[in-house]
Design a protein around this ligand. Structure first.
Ligand code: 13P
Ligand code: 13P
Ligand code: MG
Ligand code: MG
Length: 364
């Protein structure tokens, strides 16, 4: 068995919230290399999307392992020290806990982990988002694993034909439910269509029970009770064989759907699939970006990465994302570009409401 853990945090932006500084990423690489040398990790790859650093790790310690989570936490702390020296923006932004207390979950960083029996060939895709939020993967996961117009394998490939089970989390009430596609599709969509509250955590192949996908569902604002960052999410998806083909996993991103998390975490806009070289959202601090790194696992080694959206096949999605971005920007401070009042990460409402309290008159 091999565990793939992706743990990520924004420990400081360069410049503003637009990108990661090379010295911060190098610190991540140095720490994980040391952990590999001492045998804790089988392999690792450190990458980025915008101002978020992603630690992609393989090991044999299982999920929720204290040593692995401590390694990630300590790495983010060291990287924060570097960010502070360079006076990067929002140094340590996502590290909410004062100290590590056994598990990274609830401490600020986002995490997605899966433990698998490595197949003879094990293609995995690691998604890394910036200026978006937990729940952003609901729509693409639905398309990959439940929509035959996206994934013909659901219709024509026997190992996919019995459908997939979706583990859905209610991030506000801390509850979960497992619903099956295709049987429960209509019930499922009432939840998945409300991604600020319900997020797909895991997907399983129903005939084998094997895990197909896992995403981070950590909500920073719910952890801290106030604006502190935007839960820029990550996701791991297995491909081929009993899972969708690589191209079926990537296909949902050809239509830039709308996510929350743009400018000040308080706006909606299109999610743009980009290669690493374009993973630095600057236009109105966006539009929201998504990178996908592909690996072949070989006895726990991460063979790769391949920069999956570095493909002219996604040029049209990027062009459309810019067009949709322009349209949303034209709405200025109005919904649905601006988020509903209770979803905004920034607001002056309590202050303005208090100031104007006297000027409100009852209706006749
Ligand atoms: P498998 O070989 O994983 O069944 O997938 C076939 C394929 O890649 C078609 O695109
Ligand atoms: P991050 O959550 O990526 O730091 O973005 C903050 C923001 O709101 C930028 O406008
Ligand atoms: Mg930031
Ligand atoms: Mg970010």
């Amino acid at each position: 068995m091999v565990t793939v853990s992706v743990i990520k945090a924004d420990v400081g932006g360069f410049v503003g919230h637009s990108a990661s500084h090379p010295d911060v990423l190098d610190t991540g690489r140095e720490e994980l290399e040391r952990a590999k040398q001492r045998g804790l990790l089988t392999d690792y790859h450190v990458s980025y999307c915008g101002d978020d650093m992603f630690l992609i790790m393989t090991h044999d310690r299982g999920e929720d392992n204290e040593e692995i989570h401590r390694l990630a936490w300590d790495t983010f702390i060291k990287a924060t020290d570097v960010a502070k020296k360079l006076k990067l923006y929002g140094a340590g932004q996502d590290l909410l806990a004062d100290a590590f207390s056994g598990n990274i979950r609830g401490a600020g960083p986002g995490s997605a982990e899966m433990t698998i029996d490595e197949r003879p060939s094990e293609p995995i895709l690691v998604f890394m988002g910036d200026k978006t939020s937990a729940g952003a993967f609901n729509l693409p996961l639905y398309k990959m694993f439940a929509d035959p117009f996206n994934t013909p394998g659901l219709v024509i490939s026997d190992p996919l034909h019995h459908g997939f089970a979706f583990e859905i989390h209610d991030v506000k009430e801390h509850k979960k439910i497992v619903l099956n596609a295709p049987d429960d599709l209509y019930d499922m969509l009432i939840f998945l269509g409300a991604p600020s509250r319900y997020a797909v955590k895991r997907v399983f192949n129903r005939s084998t029970g094997n895990i197909a996908a896992v995403s981070s569902t950590d909500k920073l604002s719910l952890i801290a009770g106030r604006y502190v960052g935007k839960d820029d999410p990550t996701m791991i998806v297995r491909a081929q064989g009993e899972f969708p083909a690589v191209g079926e996993v990537l296909e949902p991103f050809t239509n830039p759907f709308i996510v929350e998390g743009w400018m000040r975490g308080s706006h909606q806009g299109p999610l743009m699939p980009v290669s690493l070289k374009d993973a630095h959202p600057s236009r109105f601090d966006g539009p929201s970006r998504l990178v996908c790194l592909g690996f072949q696992l070989a006895n726990g080694k991460l063979v790769g990465p391949r920069d999956m959206f570095d493909d002219p096949g996604f040029d049209e999605a990027r062009r459309k994302a810019n067009e949709v971005a322009n349209y949303f920007r034209s709405l200025g401070p109005f919904e649905p570009h601006r988020l509903p009042l209770d979803e905004m990460e920034y607001t002056t409402m309590p202050m303005v409401a208090a100031k104007l309290a006297e000027r409100w008159q009852p209706l006749e």
